[in-house]
Design a protein. Structure first.
Length: 535
């Protein structure tokens, strides 16, 4: 076996056993905290799907305020007169110019107006989506999608005066990619665990595996409550659940056809080392070697979970998740989006991950897993738009638009029936970006706007409090109470409140949510539930 092949093989076997790879080894091996059972029997199957936009999504060009005052400030800051590249999108109604350069806002056309119910906090405000979000605009208007404005990590309600006060409590290590990704998912900087999704999973897993009495029940509860077809899933890691990581197109297994590199003896030897019993049914590691025994237990759980899933995973090439006969997902027209930069058809890696999520959800039916609650996480990279803002962000918005609309259609036509009311999809990102331009892009921010989609969503609305825009004076100071240096937004809604609303819909009790969400008690209890989901 050559060195490259050996490395590839070791990497694959490591991936097989990486349920919970984002967690420290000690958490994976011990999983010692017993979770209280959470009642879920009264409301059937429900799932949360987190779409994490890695890099820091530019919220100012995702959901825009288009009332006269807001638009004036937006254009003043994002359409500079000093020769820098404009990053302001055209106003509503502007027709896209297909002959314009891919880096020009004119190629995208005008922003897309969205309705809202006229909550008192948004009286007189008008809003719009990025021009590439055509299908999300339709979902919003049809009532299956909503906006949550200006959300971000907060330790307590924070004003502009608090920002300037070194004594006021604020999240640590703001504006850092890794730290804020971790803070969004665990409420602590990089290296922390567990995630709040995983902690919910700890509570909800007790209701899973219903109707099964076989030896796989414990495996099903622990492994299939939290799942991801992507590589970054700290949000899913609990103290007891071990998030199962698949490939975006298939369940990762040891070898192929009970062989490794065509060798069945090599397969058997590696299987023994990784945790399977020998042909005689005897353990392959001494019971006295506790570290090896624990490692073997983790590996065995991964192998068993993969075997169980692989036998029931829905095939590619069939409706509703594939084009009929398209067994190669990388060439499936359903997974292609139209680039707003050059008009070409490109594979949407986010849609590919959501295709796998749909197939994993359907496995609950085909394998009779008895799952009542599940949490999934997918990732879309490329949001760190320090330069090339218009083209790069336009591509990401086109991918998000296509993928979420694709997932909505798939869920509406699942083999088990329309599941859109049973699955809620929501977006997250480590931070928003600056209101100001850096010459051809934007820099790291704080608050940002997010989307929630599903049949349980009370849509056609903008929840939270949309910020007031202002224009910087000659000293670079913004008059808006919501904006600090470079027009960065101070969040008006906390991640804790966002998580509370999602967790309540999943059936987690108020007391357990207050225990999971460390900053929740700092906010008014009447505003814990943000109101964007039906009971």
């Amino acid at each position: 076996m050559n060195q490259i092949s050996r490395r590839h093989f070791l990497r694959q076997t490591t991936n097989l056993c990486s349920m919970g790879a984002a967690l420290p080894l000690g958490i994976n091996l011990s999983a010692i905290t017993a979770a209280a059972a959470q009642s879920t029997s009264s409301s059937g199957y429900r799932a949360l799907v987190c779409v994490f936009m890695q890099g820091g999504n530019d919220a100012f060009n995702t959901v825009l305020a288009t009332d006269t005052s807001s638009w004036s400030s937006y254009v003043a800051q994002r359409q500079p007169t000093d020769g820098s590249a404009p990053i302001a999108l055209p106003k509503p109604g502007v027709v896209p110019n297909a002959s314009a350069a891919g880096t020009s806002p004119d190629r995208l056309g005008g922003v897309l107006p969205i309705s809202h119910a006229g909550r008192a906090v948004h009286a007189g405000r008008q809003f719009a989506f990025h021009p590439a979000m055509t299908q999300l605009q339709q979902l919003h208007q049809s009532g299956r999608a909503a906006v949550l404005a200006n959300v971000g990590p907060l330790t307590r309600p924070t004003s502009k005066a608090d920002w300037s006060d070194a004594r006021a409590s604020k999240p640590v290590k703001l504006f850092s990619h890794n730290d804020q990704q971790s803070t969004w998912q665990t409420f602590n900087p990089e290296g922390a665990s567990p995630g709040w999704g995983g902690l919910m999973g700890d509570l909800l897993m007790q209701g899973n595996g219903a109707g099964r009495s076989d030896a796989n029940v414990a495996l099903i509860k622990k492994s299939f409550t939290c799942m991801t077809p992507s590589g970054s899933a700290i949000w899913l890691g609990g103290r007891n659940v071990l998030p199962y990581q698949s490939h975006p197109t298939h369940v990762m297994q040891l070898g192929y056809g009970s062989q490794i590199y065509g060798n069945s003896r090599l397969y058997q030897g590696v299987a023994n080392v990784l945790g399977k019993l020998s042909a005689q049914g005897t353990p392959t590691v001494s019971a006295g070697n506790l570290f090896a025994s624990d490692m073997q237990a983790v590996a065995q759980r991964g192998l068993q979970a993969s075997d169980l899933l692989n036998s029931a995973l829905a095939p590619l090439g069939v409706s509703p998740w594939s084009t009929g006969g398209a067994t190669n997902p990388y060439a499936d027209p359903m997974l292609m989006y139209t680039s707003p930069v050059d008009g070409s058809q490109k594979l949407n890696l986010l849609a590919l991950q959501l295709q796998m999520v749909a197939r994993l959800i359907d496995t609950n039916r085909t394998a009779s897993l008895g799952m009542s609650r599940q949490l999934f996480m997918v990732n879309l990279n490329g949001f760190d738009t320090h330069n090339g803002q218009i083209g790069e962000h336009g591509e990401r918005m086109a991918q998000l638009n296509h993928a979420m609309a694709y997932f909505d259609r798939v869920l509406g036509n699942m083999p088990a029936g329309d599941m859109r009311s049973q699955v809620t999809t929501f977006t997250a990102s480590e931070f928003g970006r600056t209101f100001t331009s850096n010459g051809d892009g934007t820099d790291h921010g704080w608050g940002g706007h997010h989307l929630i989609m599903g049949g349980a969503v009370i849509g056609t609305e903008v929840y939270g409090t949309f910020p007031t825009y202002s224009t910087a004076n000659s000293q670079g100071v913004f008059s808006s109470p919501d904006q600090i240096q470079n027009g960065v937004l101070i969040p008006s809604t906390s991640v804790d409140q966002y998580a509370y609303t999602l967790g309540k819909w999943m059936g987690v009790s108020d007391s357990n949510l207050q225990a999971i969400l460390p900053n929740l008690s700092q906010f008014n209890s009447s505003a814990y539930d943000l109101g964007f989901l039906r009971a």
